[in-house]
Structures are given as C-alpha cells and as structure tokens.
Design a protein around this ligand. Structure first.
Ligand SMILES: Cc1cc2nc3c(=O)[nH]c(=O)nc-3n(C[C@H](O)[C@H](O)[C@H](O)COP(=O)(O)OP(=O)(O)OC[C@H]3O[C@@H](n4cnc5c(N)ncnc54)[C@H](O)[C@@H]3O)c2cc1C
Length: 531
C-alpha cells in the first residue's frame, strides 16, 4: 500500500535487535519503554562485546529518564562514579594540564557583573586577556576535580542525589555491569532474548528489505524491522551497501590496548581519592584513558599503528607503570569514520556498527542514544517507507556525528611534534588541514572573543558541544588571541589596564567563592559511600 506522499506502508510488529552490547541493551530497553513492538534481541554466545566504553556524557540522563531508571540506583548497579570533566594532560608536550568541565550550575559567566551585553562578557575577556584558564573561572568543576570533590554539599541528604540541581554532570560505569543490569530489566519487561550466532541475513527479492536472520544452529529469526547493534562487525547494515566516510586523515588512531587497574589494596581504600573526571593523557603514539570506577580504573592506550607498534606501545605503558603490564588486556582495532547513511531500508545501525569517531570525549554511547531515540520517535506501525523520512534521520545523525568529529579533531590542534605521531598531527595543524567547518571555527575564534551573542557564538559552538567547551580547549591549546580579548575592553573602558583592574575585583570575589564552595563539598568517595 502507498500513502499520499509516496512511501510504502508496511506493518511493523516485531523489531529484531542484533547484538547485546551497550547499544543493543539500551535499544531494547528504550523500545520496550516507548513502543508496543515485540522486541527480540539476539546475542552471540561466542563473540564478546567490545568491553570498553565506560565514560558517559550528561546526555545519558535521557536514557535513564526514558526507561524510568533512578540515577542513584543506576550508579550503584553499574559500580559507577561521577564525572564532572575530562582532564587533559600533556597535549602540548610540556606537562600541561587542562580540564574540559561539563557546565556546572553556578553560571558564573551569567552574573550581572560580568554579562554586559549578549556579545561581550567581561569574565570571558578577562580570562583570555590575562591568560587565566577560563575553565578555572567559568565553573567550579576544575577546582573540585583538583581536590577529588563533587558538587554535593556536606549537609546533603541522600535522597537528593536524584536531584539534578547540582549542575550538569555525567557518570562513569562498569560496562559489563551495565549489560547485566539492562539485560535483566529488558527480560523483566518482556524482551525475547535469543542466544545465537547470526550467520546470514535473508532479504526479500523485490524490496531488498531484511526478512530474517539465520543462526548457526539452524534457527531463523524473522522480523519487520532490524537494528544492527553488532558492533564493528556491522553484520546487517553491511549487506545494505552502505557508504563509509573515513575520518582517519584527521584522526589517525586506530588501535587500543584496554586493561583495568585495581585500586591498590595496600592503601587505605576509604581515604584514597576517586577522581571525579576521565583522564586523557597524551602519550608518544596517541593517548591514555583512565576512567575511575568504584573498585578499579578502566584504562587503555589508544594509538596509531602507522606511527608506533603495539610492542612499543606496551613498552611505553610498562615504563609508566610496570604494574600495568601485569594486568590482563585486550587489543581493539578500529578506523575512525562513520557510515553516511545509518538507516537503509528496514535496517538501522546503532552504536559501533554505525561508526566510531574515537574515544576522546567519550561520545560514542551518546551518539548511540541519539540514534535510538531518533528511531523510536520515527518508527510507527504501520511505517511509511518514505525516502524523505529516512533521509531526514540520516542527515541529522550525520550532522551530529560530524559536529562531534570536529570537536575531537580540535583537541589535536597542537604544535607538539616530538614523535612521528605528533609530527603528523602537527603537519595537519600547521596546514589547518581540517574539515572546513572546523577551520572556520578556529579562524573565527582567533579574531573574535566569543560572548553569549547568538551570531558570534554560533560560529564557534557546535550542535553538541557548546561555546564554552570550544573556548576551554582552544585556550588551552593557544588557539585564542589575548590581544583580541584585550581589545574587547576598549569598547567599555578607556584603557585595558583600567579594565583589568576593575574586572579583577569581582573576579577575585568569585575565586574566593569558589574556594569556599570547594571546602563545603563532599569528597567523591564520601559521596559514593553515602549512596
Ligand atoms: C577503545 C575504545 C574506547 C571507548 N570508550 C568509550 C567511552 O569512554 N565512552 C563511550 O561513550 N564510548 C566509548 N567507546 C565506544 C563504546 O564502547 C561503544 O559505543 C559501546 O560499547 C557500544 O558498543 P556496541 O554495543 O555497539 O558493540 P559491542 O559492545 O561490540 O557489542 C556487539 C554485540 O554484537 C554481538 N554480535 C557480534 N557478532 C554477532 C553474531 N554473529 N551474532 C550475534 N551477535 C553478534 C556481540 O555478541 C555483542 O553482544 C569506546 C570504544 C573503543 C573502541
């Protein structure tokens, strides 16, 4: 049957999700919460999950809200911790440190003593003109990170942990605990969980749509709509002739050695600090992540094998900490890039099967969730296969992915060139050999300090990461011009010196407030122990 706009209407009763990793279980849970479809999830007993992906972004609350899962119960179930920021170490190669905090609830930028007009903010111009890290002034989170604290006050009552009034933050989670928790929840809510290894995909000859998948043991699972959550294998979507866009010219890392670091048993566990941030430390051939969980760190070295061999990467890790080389580890291979169309016919790729930028800024699960919520919003019974509907979804996902890609490439705009990997990165940086969308942002930001003026801020903000996020990274990497910020003041003051002296007074009051606030806050471990 054809509807008025030309799309073929097809009944959708049964949705088959292939893959039981984070993407698969998130998808099954959202489908069960937000639709009336029968949901089947197929999981291979012999292909393991990617086994990483333990740092989240604040957007993850959209998942908890959608499926109705209490955030306190969540952090306990996934043996997780609070994430306020990403801490970057050594990205200029000189021991430098900066934070990219999630926006906190203080909104210091918005205070009337700083916010003069939509296009000019004294606090921003002050920080950039004086070369004071903006992330230390615009938010309390950097300071809290330095002290292993979280923004809940000492007198906080347990139930309030559910309350979001403490600002925008995210979680770290144990990925295996996540799958266990949300598998159990999906089973309770009626998912048909099939343990089986998919060996082939069967399609209708006329429409090219998937009819069923065959399992190794001879069973066949039929469905009306298929979600490919099979990770890097891309079992279903790869049969639909998708187009691949590689990001590797800008993002050359393509392997990771993943391992865990137990918290030291010899230390007093109660007093040892749990950092409230994800660490991203630049190494010789890429970078190291360290994600603090309740009982261990999830860690890994992401590197580019064109520039450093796996043996050398392992030796580098061992030189940092000989203990690390004794931990079990596994190696993951990938190529940074994404499918141009992630929804083709009656198959949509969600999670790693749709692409992977790279783990910096931990955005992959966020993208998967955006995909899942997007599909659930669009899919109806009957569903009208109108090409415009699919195209709108595909373009929106592509735009969001490319926007995040640009923000991640931005972190590599560093002049360090001390190893073959960083020399390659430096060549990209010197030639501004980046996607045009990112080049525009970098060039604009050098010539204009950004305030909260819509016209200006849209030039350097992304769809996902806002203006402040861009400014934190750009300032840390030396991509902002202090002279531009100094000139801002001359619109209002007769000299830059007078401006800095005048604005310096409320800035010092703010700094005193931040120190006081930090003193009143719970340590991360105290907070987790209270839950
Ligand atoms: C090094 C690295 C670090 C990362 N860090 C982060 C991070 O900090 N934050 C973040 O948001 N994301 C991160 N990611 C991405 C994150 O791990 C994934 O987005 C997330 O785990 C979702 O994975 P997935 O479910 O798509 O795939 P997988 O976890 O790989 O799951 C695939 C599933 O498909 C099943 N399967 C495979 N073949 C078959 C078959 N033939 N038949 C049946 N089933 C099959 C498997 O059994 C498995 O259940 C990282 C990724 C990498 C590579």
């Amino acid at each position: 049957m054809r509807n008025r706009t030309g799309g073929e209407q097809v009944p959708i009763r049964k949705v088959v999700v292939v893959g039981g990793g984070t993407a698969g279980w998130m998808c099954a849970n959202v489908l069960l919460a937000r639709s009336r479809f029968d949901v089947v999830l197929i999981e291979s007993p012999r292909v393991s999950k990617v086994g990483v992906g333990e740092a989240l972004t604040p957007f993850f609350f959209a998942f908890l809200n959608t499926v109705g899962y209490d955030p306190v119960a969540f952090i306990k179930a996934v043996r997780g911790s609070v994430k306020l920021a990403v801490r970057f170490e050594n990205w200029l190669g000189n021991g430098d440190v900066y934070y990219h905090p999630f926006q906190d609830g203080g909104d210091y930028i918005g205070k009337p003593e700083f916010r003069v007009s939509p296009g000019y903010n004294r606090l921003v111009s002050y920080a950039l003109a004086k070369n004071v890290p903006l992330h230390n002034l615009a938010t309390s989170y950097s300071l809290l990170c330095e002290y292993g604290k979280v923004p809940w006050p000492r007198n906080f009552q347990k139930d309030e942990a559910q309350y979001h009034g403490y600002g925008s933050y995210a979680y770290h989670m144990d990925t295996h605990a996540f799958s266990e928790t949300f598998r159990a929840r999906a089973l309770k809510n009626g998912v048909d969980h099939v343990q089986g290894h998919v060996v082939s995909v069967n399609k209708a000859a006329d429409s090219g749509r998937i009819r069923s998948v065959s399992l190794e043991d001879g069973r066949k699972v039929e469905g009306d709509f298929f979600v490919d959550c099979s990770g890097f294998r891309r079992l279903l979507i790869s049969t639909m002739s998708p187009e691949w866009t590689s990001y590797s010219p800008w993002l050359p890392v393509n392997r990771a050695i993943a391992f865990s670091i137990p918290y030291s048993e010899t230390r007093d566990r109660r007093s040892s600090a749990i950092p409230p941030y994800t660490l991203a430390r630049a190494l010789r051939g890429g970078w190291l992540w360290k994600i603090p969980l309740r009982e261990r760190f999830g860690a890994g070295y992401v590197f580019a094998d064109d520039f450093i061999s796996e043996d050398d990467a392992r030796r580098e890790l061992e030189a940092i900490n000989p203990e690390w080389s004794r931990q079990p580890s596994h190696t993951i291979r990938f190529e940074a890039g994404a499918l141009r169309n992630t929804w083709i016919g009656n198959c949509v790729a969600v999670g790693l099967s749709s692409g992977f930028i790279e783990p910096l800024e931990s955005t992959s699960i966020q993208i998967a969730l955006t995909q899942i919520l997007g599909v659930v919003d669009v899919l109806r019974n009957p569903f009208s296969y109108n090409p415009r509907v699919l195209d709108a979804y595909n373009r929106a996902i592509e735009a969001e992915t490319e926007d995040i890609r640009d923000f991640i490439i931005l972190h590599y705009a560093t002049p360090r060139g001390d190893t073959p990997f960083w020399e390659h990165i430096r060549n990209n940086y010197r030639g501004l050999d980046y996607p045009e969308s990112l080049r525009d942002k970098i060039e604009t930001a050098w010539h204009r300090t950004c305030g909260h003026n819509r016209v200006q801020s849209e030039q350097i903000r992304g769809r996902v990461f806002g203006e402040l996020s861009h400014l934190y990274v750009m300032q840390a990497l030396g991509l902002l011009n202090p002279e531009t910020a100094r000139a801002d003041f001359l619109q209002e003051f007769d000299s830059v010196e007078r401006a800095l002296a005048t604005v310096g007074r409320p800035v010092r009051r703010l700094q005193t407030h931040l120190l006081q606030f930090r003193r009143e806050c719970l340590s991360h471990r105290e907070f987790l122990d209270m839950l």
